[in-house]
Design a binder for this molecule. Structure first.
Ligand code: SF4
Length: 444
């Protein structure tokens, strides 16, 4: 979400003739787009603000200065207290206030102070028209996020997001399809529909006509049918809201990648209840069966959070058991850290650091085993990949992704970036497939 929003802000800058500076020493403005989900992310931003504060002082002594703007969830959460802590901060732009950004730029272009645009009014959130990132290596962008929602109504007890992004707002289907058309016109090959909980997407127009998530998927499939966009993904799916209709539409249209990120968080009903996730492990396992029956060969990934207050050894065993039953392709795994301002912050039964780390290590070890087993099954197969870039380890190799969200490395030249190719999977190195015999897809 932050990447998409940063791309939208960068587009506003480019449209007004601004260009990226080499560094803070030569910038007219420094914009920090922040995340508040984890304490560590906020600590990093605090460190960066301290650096920019020192830089601003030294540039001021040379008769130069720059504007320092803080945007995003942390800006929303901490508001003007950031200005009190760091007097170098000129403007704090919360998540709902992005519409103020052009005004900030206009004010700077006129050489005026940003304090002049302070307003008491609460700005309304609005979606940007495009979130296309600038292509790397001088190439066109081949992938774009397409936000379809903002905010979240779920209030999982460990999560700060609903407090900093507010309640769900669904973007109009007309605005979403307009962005998809724009991306198709730019030659984009893959898109990801984005929201905190895409399955609860629901837009009602003035005539009372409702578009829900399955209907939006149908619309997306139609819109991309005769376009260069060949792959569509969506993120994130909440198990309590993923409907049979959405699974059916996904199964019916090949444009939807055969991969689904379905956050489970935990395998114990007691912990799921304490987390306020509003589904059971039984419901989750049934959903996995339904998805796999409807879409054979689909891969699943997930998020797992261990060490939640009150978690017992038996609860952890249930999580390991659920992982054994599902066999996720990969997982983002964390241990719980209390987040001030969330419902779980005051829960009794906090787990000690050493126990949390030990439990997380067991979850990670099991996931590693599953990932390896599943990826090894690909060896010997012929796969289609979208080439995403040059391998960081070897400049003569390209890195690509299958529709099942597996990474593959293959020898090739940079002009294949952004194109679909067929490759033969020959081996596995870590969690990356090694491939050979790259053939660019015809007409690509
Ligand atoms: S669904 Fe839960 S974890 Fe996800 S953003 Fe909403 S509150 Fe946070």
């Amino acid at each position: 979400m932050n990447s998409a929003e940063s791309a939208a802000l960068a587009l506003v800058l480019r449209e007004r003739g601004w260009s990226p500076a080499e560094n803070g020493e030569s910038a007219d403005m420094v914009l920090l787009n922040t995340c508040a989900v984890r304490q560590t992310a906020e600590q990093r931003v605090m460190g960066r603000l301290a650096q920019y504060q020192a830089l601003k002082r030294s540039r001021r002594s040379l008769g130069q200065t720059f504007a320092l703007v803080v945007a995003g969830c942390m800006a929303e959460r901490l508001g003007d207290s950031l200005k009190e802590k760091f007097d170098a901060v000129d403007y704090v732009m919360g998540t709902a206030a992005r519409s103020v950004f052009p005004v900030i730029l206009e004010t700077l272009e006129k050489g005026q102070s940003l304090t002049a645009i302070l307003t008491d009014e609460k700005p309304q959130f609005s979606f940007s028209a495009s979130h296309l990132e600038e292509g790397r290596l001088g190439l066109k962008s081949f992938h774009s996020f397409v936000p379809i929602m903002h905010g979240c109504n779920n209030y999982c007890s460990y999560c700060i997001v609903p407090y900093v992004r507010g309640r769900e707002i669904s973007r109009s289907p007309a605005s979403i399809t307009a962005e998809i058309r724009l991306l198709a016109g730019r030659g984009v090959r893959a898109i990801t529909l984005l929201g905190q909980n895409v399955n609860s997407y629901r837009f009602e127009d003035e005539a009372g006509r409702v578009t829900d998530f399955p209907a939006l998927l149908e619309l997306t499939a139609r819109e991309t049918e005769k376009s260069p966009i060949r792959w569509v993904r969506f993120l994130s799916s909440h198990p309590k809201d993923l409907s049979s209709d959405a699974i059916r539409v996904m199964a019916e249209h090949r444009v939807f990648c055969r991969h689904l990120h379905l956050c489970v968080q935990h395998g114990s009903n007691a912990v799921l209840t304490a987390m306020n996730r509003r589904y059971t492990r039984e419901r989750y396992l049934d959903l996995v069966d339904e998805i796999r029956q409807a879409i054979p060969g689909i891969t699943l990934s997930t998020d797992i959070l261990v060490g939640f207050p009150g978690e017992t050894e038996a609860d952890l065993e249930l999580t390991l058991d659920l992982m054994e039953r599902v066999k996720f392709h990969y997982a983002y795994m964390y241990h719980y850290n209390p987040r001030e301002g969330t419902a779980a912050y005051d829960l009794p039964g906090r787990i000690g650091e050493a126990v949390k780390r030990e439990r997380l290590a067991r979850v990670i070890a099991l996931q590693k085993k599953h990932t390896q087993e599943l990826l090894k099954q690909r060896i010997g197969s012929r796969e289609t990949i979208l080439i995403e870039g040059i391998s960081r380890k070897n400049a003569d190799e390209l890195i690509g992704r299958t529709e099942r969200d597996e990474m593959a490395v293959v020898s090739g030249k940079a002009d294949a970036i952004g194109r679909f190719a067929r490759v033969s999977i020959s081996s596995l190195c870590g969690n990356t497939l090694r491939a050979k015999e790259l053939t660019l897809c015809p007409g690509d």
